[in-house]
Unconditional design. Structure first.
Length: 267
């Protein structure tokens, strides 16, 4: 048992150790977060454009995917008895396991190629496609765990079923729904492949979502391939920032999930 646990933890520990050891030196400097890209040899280079770009891309993707995913999950849990609902669930499960590079290529074909330029909008659409099935399935599972007595009490008061779903069931399932939304955000934050086909990257700070936008995963990928040690060090620093961001989101989601389990035990 302990040996199996060690096999699972050792790779994770090595990844974290290397990331912290290599990424901490550049990450300790404040200009690393406040300055943008500078040519090799010019001191004071930073990854501000990547941090801002990541927040923009994930934010726009969340606006698209989370509300639609929550409504879809509620519908499948409360009204999804029709035959087509099973196909929707199957499609969601398949989409969860779809390679992200295939999603990026799909969005490239429908948004980037026709418009002849990369953009943050296309990047956020690709991330939204990856986030949507996670939100749908976790919302459906959380809503399905709510006792039927709560539904029956709302219907007995004369409330229409859609109001029961939105005003009674959704608040009761909120911890699980939030957990699913956070997990989808964590996945989107670390995706690189779809952004190569869509957002593409931009060494300048761009706040225009209709133009190419930089992101932390793109920075790690692009800088790590260069022969310059200064850029490779920045890649490790960006990787550390990304790991800390994703780890923080996962810790918050686990806390919310534990809270949901505790509340469910009191019902």
């Amino acid at each position: 048992m302990y040996l199996l646990t060690a096999f699972a933890l050792i790779p994770l520990g090595l990844v974290l150790w290397f990331t912290v050891a290599k990424g901490l030196p550049p990450a300790l400097h404040i200009e690393f977060y406040t300055n943008v890209f500078r040519p090799v040899g010019v001191p004071g280079a930073g990854i501000k454009q990547a941090i801002v770009g990541t927040l923009m891309l994930v934010g726009m993707a969340s606006v698209m995917a989370i509300p639609a995913g929550i409504l879809g999950g509620i519908y499948l849990a409360e009204y999804g008895l029709a035959r087509w609902a099973g196909w929707v669930r199957l499609a969601s499960d398949v989409l969860v396991g779809t390679p992200s590079i295939a999603v990026g290529l799909f969005v490239y074909a429908i948004l980037v190629a026709p418009l002849h330029h990369f953009s943050g909008v296309s990047g956020s659409v690709a991330l939204a496609v990856l986030m949507l099935p996670i939100v749908v399935r976790t919302t459906e599972g959380s809503v399905a765990l709510i006792p039927n007595g709560l539904r029956e009490s709302g219907l007995a008061l004369g409330l229409p079923r859609w109001r029961v779903s939105l005003q009674l069931i959704l608040p009761a399932a909120a911890p699980g729904v939030i957990t699913g939304a956070l997990l989808s955000v964590a996945r989107a934050s670390g995706e690189t492949a779809p952004l190569l086909f869509t957002a593409f990257g931009n060494q300048l700070l761009s706040l225009d979502p209709t133009h190419a936008i930089q992101a932390l995963p793109l920075t790690v990928y692009q800088y790590a391939l260069t022969p310059y040690k200064s850029l490779q060090d920045q890649a490790w620093g960006a990787a550390l920032v990304l790991v800390v961001m994703v780890l923080g989101i996962n810790l918050v989601s686990r806390w919310v999930l534990r809270r949901q389990i505790a509340l469910a035990g009191q019902l």
